[in-house]
Design a protein around this ligand. Structure first.
Ligand SMILES: [Fe+2]
Ligand SMILES: [Fe+2]
Length: 151
């Protein structure tokens, strides 16, 4: 699996969890579980993606700006997750924060796939695309397990 297929798989997982979150918004247990799942997947994905995708892209003049932009959006989303956690689950504030987070996540994933992937395909040699796919997978799985244990 190359880096683009590996990232896309994680993105689809995040989209599915966001959908569960929206569907289960009126159900206390379901929305808490979906929120925890989103947090775990996002945390593992962001760090693994920074190491296996954005760091190599920083090395190329053509992709340094998109890489910086992507990483700064990860920080923004982390802060949004923290803000949601400060609110009482199910309150109006919580719902508003959750809506903003889901919107931002979708924007971020779409931008990566539609804008950054095509740019990255031009600068990363095919062989490196495969190596980075393997690096992403192992980092993602390791970090995911660590996150889960922390809960
Ligand atoms: Fe990202
Ligand atoms: Fe991503």
């Amino acid at each position: 699996m190359d880096i683009f297929e590996a990232l896309l798989q994680s993105h689809q997982r995040q989209r599915a969890i966001c959908q569960r979150l929206l569907d289960g918004i009126g159900d206390h247990d379901e929305r808490r579980k979906a929120f925890d799942d989103l947090k775990t997947e996002m945390a593992a994905h962001e760090t693994a993606e920074e190491r296996a995708f954005y760091v190599p892209l920083i090395e190329h003049d053509e992709t340094v700006d998109p890489a910086r932009h992507g990483i700064s959006e990860h920080h923004e989303m982390d802060e949004m997750v923290e803000d949601v956690e400060k609110c009482e689950a199910g309150s109006a504030e919580w719902l508003e924060g959750m809506g903003k987070l889901v919107h931002k996540v979708h924007h971020h994933l779409d931008e990566e796939e539609q804008k950054f992937f095509p740019q990255a395909k031009k600068v990363l040699p095919k062989e490196q695309q495969q190596e980075l796919g393997a690096l992403y997978q192992s980092e993602h799985d390791r970090l995911f397990e660590k996150e889960e244990q922390a809960h």
